[in-house]
Design a protein. Structure first.
Lengths: 761, 339
């Protein structure tokens, strides 16, 4: 919301500097995004260089067919010679002149200079050059009779300041200059002008035919008929206000509807009455298959819940959102039907949302406009249409099914103290409420109609007082009975996982939760993704890490090792997917580096994994599964060299992590260590040998770890030798040589029997 | 008593000990020392031969005492020489050469700030709550008193999975789930990923992270909220930081405020970063709306509470001077390795 300060001060005539007004609004009412100067800058006497001039003489420029050479009296005795490109004036015209040294709103500084050989000692102004309009077809003509040399700012709104405000959803009353004025008056305890607009006398009393079929969606419709309007440009003061407020002037009647909306907050619409079939207005829901071409030229397909303004035959406007093209006000319009209605928020929201059509109107309706406001809006618009378009007011109708009584709320001032933590006397609280337009009667508070939707409960009244007391609230801490904060086991485990991986040289990555549709066969899909690249929720962290690894390769980074710990989202067939914490990694260094990471991570968490070969992993390649996930040898055309990747389900890991580590005696009875090498067929894996060995030797085989694989002449074609370092140990006694030999014999014979393994001498 | 020399069992022990001590001191390598040791303490040494020939107790004690002293002298010297020799090995060491490069990973800056925030909450006696990201419309909007016409419900602002399911737009959902399950008092913080349908830009991304705190107890006031914010941000940004509250609107709090914290770059003096206001816009807060308590079955006349929250990504980016928030999602090691 842009609020021109000159307009604001018309309703709340206080002399407080605007910065101070902004500072108060920021704390108690709305956000202030900025304070902007519009039009001609009022600095260093700049404004004084803009004057009223009278053209004494205007002839064709001797050296240029398209230019005029003018002598202009700007109140200095001698006239100034000014070269001008416009031809919509001649000798005798009263105009606006900028003198050399003047800085235009664009920042351009005028100079005295020669144009095609003739001196130009200033500039005759067109309205767009001083931001009073958008027209540049000719210069701005002022009414005759103004003394030359008069400061131009005395006759035109040359300069203004604009408050840029951002108001919240619960304050529809603040999306209006008058509403801001009312707020400022309350904040500063200042006087407020009555709402703008006075009904002129009605010339005739023609019937206005308005029917509301759906009072729930449209509680009120005021229709006013005007005859004999002249459509043309608005006067400069109105155009200047619209421009400063951020709207483009179009023509008087349309500008008036916009002006009234900005002034009071009630969106209006004007129809060309001659184009309404039967001269009728019917407010109804859309019919099956109905379409409407809106003002922006788009043909809209309608749904049965869309609220329409229709005439006797067809829809002519999307209620509250946008008018239709066919009944638009045009240059030829003579008779105008003005709509000052009230629409319910949800109806407007639903249609605007479906059509992706947000307008100044729909934005206000969605917040809930006061139904009492329609009357004042109709009045102000009527006054202006009669004054500015020369129309006669010919008819009026106000259709509604009873307007809601302003709510009353039970209010205990001590509740405010209990919420704020500071005392505010009941008298002071009541005074604040009075300033805001509330009525107080004992412990009953009556809410003004413009706040009726937002303030319905005691706590809402408390907030009204709180807004005025915020700066005084002290800082305390809750008085607590018990105070205890600790991380849960899963949270501690997740931190440990991060720390271990960082210690292993991995850097942590954050990647998007959303992936392209084709990336997972069964995944949760979004209804309206931002792009096809982010359409489904991931079921694995692999893809995001892969993309990050590629980006690092492209950037020329080395020793790439990345991990991420985040949710994956697994479809369940029910409303909500299952969300699980996963940790995934990707690293240069091949499969064994990745597997070493996984083994190290398991060891750090006190959990023993088993690895079994798998070729159905989410990332393609040779790999192995553990109880909680997988590790894979990654072959990717965009990742040169050897890479590995892994992913583990953290929630599953947490379940297996012992809560407490219990001491095991590995000191009293020393271990027996030896190396064993077996020649086996190529297809036999180290994991199979280890598993069988553990089964054969039992608990006294404490560790068996493959440390070398050899292929070559000494072991023969199709075979390999795997060397293990073996540790035997008993927690109960020192193993004798014979006992160690027996364990070893059991292993050798089992591996021979199961795999044809030959012990290498 | 003879003064010049003491002769015990035909050995001049005093001279022997003196000579040996001198030889030990003169030895310059362990090998030399070994030779000297053999000479004075070896099987054929004068001392050992004398010891073997000892017949009386007094002589034996005298000779053994000499032997022990010599052995100790040898051990001491041996340790010295070994140390010298080890020290010599490092004579050519250039200590200005770089050390062996160990691989060291980094925690992502977002995790670093997340942990920092979690630790402050733990210190304030809050539990950290894990919560889901795909949520029901009920938990994300309805239970939080969000009006049906609030723009945040729009399909343009929120990712929907179906008409009743969405990607949460704030971490308040976790608070509702906790309140549904437990009775007050409650002091919790929820941290995690949230989603808004924003096209990625230097200032916003469709995934980002929030932290929200909720306190529900008897007699909680806006003053408790202000104090909690002040303690929190002093822990985070340093002593002397102040908190300012401004009126705002959130459907789930009443009164609602936005809070600013003394600018962490200029400490409130005013700089380009805080647009010369001295304040940095931090997040939203308020006293929990009674409607929210009614929806989770708490009696609003008995319990009151406050809630506040903020976006972590923006604060992390601004603290570290990261110009484009999308860099958090690119995982370029040249960036990550700075943290």
């Amino acid at each position: 919301m842009r609020v021109p300060v000159s307009w604001l001060r018309e309703y709340v005539p206080i002399e407080v500097p605007i910065q101070e007004v902004a500072d108060r609004l920021v704390i108690s009412s709305c956000e202030v995004d900025g304070i902007e100067t519009v039009g001609v800058a009022d600095v260093d006497g700049n404004l004084g260089l803009f004057r009223v001039g009278r053209v004494l003489d205007a002839v064709k420029h001797p050296n240029a067919d398209r230019l005029q050479l003018c002598q202009v009296d700007v109140g200095e005795g001698d006239p100034r010679q000014i070269v001008c490109g416009a031809w919509n004036f001649g000798a005798g015209a009263t105009v606006g002149v900028a003198l050399p040294g003047a800085v235009l709103p664009t920042g351009l500084e005028l100079e005295r200079r020669k144009v095609r050989g003739e001196l130009s000692d200033g500039m005759i102004l067109a309205e767009d050059e001083v931001q009073l309009g958008t027209d540049h077809t000719g210069i701005m003509l002022l009414p005759n009779g103004i003394e030359p040399g008069t400061p131009l700012a005395d006759v035109l709104p040359l300069t203004d300041t604009v408050l840029q405000l951002e108001t919240s959803h619960n304050r529809p009353d603040l999306v209006a200059v008058y509403g801001i004025a009312r707020e400022v008056a309350a904040l500063f305890d200042a006087g407020l002008a009555p709402p703008p607009g006075h009904d002129p006398p009605r010339d005739t009393d023609e019937a206005v035919d308005v029917t509301i079929e759906d009072f729930e969606a449209c509680p009120r419709y005021i229709g006013r008929l005007f005859r004999g309007a002249t459509i043309g440009p608005s006067p400069v003061w109105l155009r200047a206000r619209l421009l400063a407020a951020g709207m483009r002037p179009i023509s008087n009647v349309v500008d008036i509807t916009n002006y009234v909306m900005l002034a009071l907050g009630n969106p209006l619409h004007a129809f060309d009455h001659a184009k309404l079939a039967g001269g009728r207005i019917i407010v109804r829901r859309a019919r099956p298959g109905e379409k409407l071409r809106t003002l922006d030229g788009v043909e809209r397909e309608l749904e049965s819940y869309d609220l329409m303004i229709a005439d006797a035959e067809r829809s002519v406007a999307l209620a509250g959102i946008m008018g239709g093209e066919e009944t638009e006000i045009g240059e030829a319009t003579k008779d105008v039907l003005l709509e000052a209605a009230n629409f319910e928020p949800f109806t407007i929201f639903r249609t605007a949302e479906r059509l992706r059509l947000r307008t100044e109107g729909s934005n206000r309706w969605e917040k809930g406009v006061d139904p009492y406001l329609a009357e004042q809006a109709a009045t102000l618009a009527t006054q202006l249409i009669v004054e500015l378009a020369g129309a006669s007011w010919a008819g009026h109708v106000d259709v509604h099914a009873g307007l809601p009584e302003p709510p009353t709320v039970r209010f205990r001032p001590e509740r405010t103290d209990a919420v704020l933590g500071i005392e505010t006397t009941p008298d002071e609280q009541h005074a604040i409420l009075h300033r805001l337009g509330f009525g107080v009667d004992g412990d009953e508070v009556s809410v003004p109609s413009w706040r009726a939707r937002d303030v319905t409960r005691e706590i809402d009244v408390v907030e009204e007082v709180a807004r005025f007391r915020l700066a005084d609230v002290p800082a305390r801490l809750p008085m607590r009975q018990a105070m205890f904060g600790t991380l849960s086991k899963p949270q501690r485990v997740r931190r440990r996982i991060e720390d271990v991986l960082v210690g292993f040289g991995y850097s942590e990555a954050y990647t998007w939760s959303l992936l392209p549709r084709e990336s997972a066969s069964a995944a949760v899909e979004l209804q309206e993704p931002l792009s096809s690249e982010q359409a489904v929720l991931r079921t694995s962290l692999g893809e995001g890490l892969l993309a990050s690894a590629r980006r690092n390769v492209d950037a020329g980074n080395d020793e790439i090792a990345l991990f991420e710990q985040a949710h994956v989202y697994l479809p369940t067939g029910e409303q909500l997917p299952e969300e699980r914490w996963r940790v995934g990694g990707i690293a240069q260094g091949g499969f064994l580096f990745a597997k070493g990471t996984v083994e190290g991570l398991y060891a750090a968490l006190g959990v023993a994994p088993s690895f079994s070969p798998a070729d159905d992993l989410p990332v393609s390649g040779r790999g192995a599964r553990t109880e909680e996930g997988w590790v894979v040898s990654l072959r990717d055309p965009d990742l040169p060299g050897d890479w590995g990747a892994f992913e583990l389900d953290v929630d599953a890991l947490v379940d297996r992590i012992p809560d407490l580590i219990v001491y095991e005696d590995v000191i009293t009875f020393p271990p027996v260590r030896q190396d064993l090498a077996f020649v086996v067929p190529e297809e036999v894996t180290a994991g199979q040998l280890a598993a069988a060995a553990h089964e054969a030797a039992g608990d006294e085989l404490r560790e068996l770890r493959a440390f070398d694989v050899y292929r070559g002449d000494q072991v023969g074609q199709g075979k390999k030798s795997i060397a293990f370092s073996v540790t035997f140990q008993s927690p109960e006694r020192t193993l004798t040589d014979d006992e160690a030999a027996e364990l070893r014999r059991r292993i050798v014979s089992r591996l021979e029997q199961d795999f044809g393994a030959q012990l290498r001498g | 008593m003879e003064k010049r020399s003491v002769t015990v069992a035909a050995v001049d022990v005093e001279a022997l000990e003196r000579d040996a001590a001198a030889a030990v001191a003169a030895a310059s390598t362990p090998e030399e020392l070994d030779e000297i040791r053999i000479r004075y303490l070896g099987r054929r040494s004068e001392l050992k031969q004398a010891l073997r020939a000892v017949r009386d107790r007094e002589t034996g004690m005298t000779l053994n005492a000499v032997r022990e002293r010599l052995e100790a002298a040898f051990d001491t010297r041996e340790t010295e020489l070994e140390r010298d020799q080890l020290a010599k090995r490092d004579q050519a060491l250039d200590v200005t050469l770089p050390g062996t490069q160990l691989r060291r990973g980094r925690l992502h800056p977002l995790t670093q700030i997340r942990r920092e925030v979690e630790d402050i909450f733990l210190g304030l006696g809050y539990e950290i709550i894990d919560s889901r990201e795909v949520e029901t419309v009920w938990h994300n909007f309805d239970a939080l008193n969000q009006p049906l016409t609030h723009p945040s419900r729009s399909h343009r602002d929120t990712f929907y999975v179906d008409d009743d399911t969405l990607l949460r737009t704030h971490t308040s959902t976790g608070q509702i789930r906790v309140m549904e399950q437990r009775d007050p008092p409650i002091y919790i913080a929820t941290l995690g990923r949230v989603y808004r349908r924003d096209t990625p830009s230097p200032r916003s991304t469709p995934n980002f992270h929030q932290v929200e705190a909720l306190a529900v107890d008897r007699g909680i006031t806006l003053a408790d909220l202000k104090g909690t914010l002040m303690h929190f941000f002093r822990a985070m940004f340093g002593e002397g930081r102040d908190v300012r509250m401004r009126t705002s609107f959130f459907p789930f709090t009443e009164p609602s405020v936005e809070f600013d914290v003394t600018c962490f770059l200029c400490a409130g003096k005013g700089c380009a970063f805080c647009k010369h206001t001295g304040w940095f816009e931090m997040g939203g807060a308020g006293v929990v709306d009674p409607a929210v308590f009614e929806r989770v079955g708490y009696d609003p006349e008995e319990w009151s509470g406050f809630a506040w929250g903020l976006g972590l990504d923006r604060i992390a980016a601004q603290r570290h001077g990261i110009p484009d928030i999308r860099m958090f999602w690119e995982n370029d090691l040249r960036v990550l390795r700075q943290f």
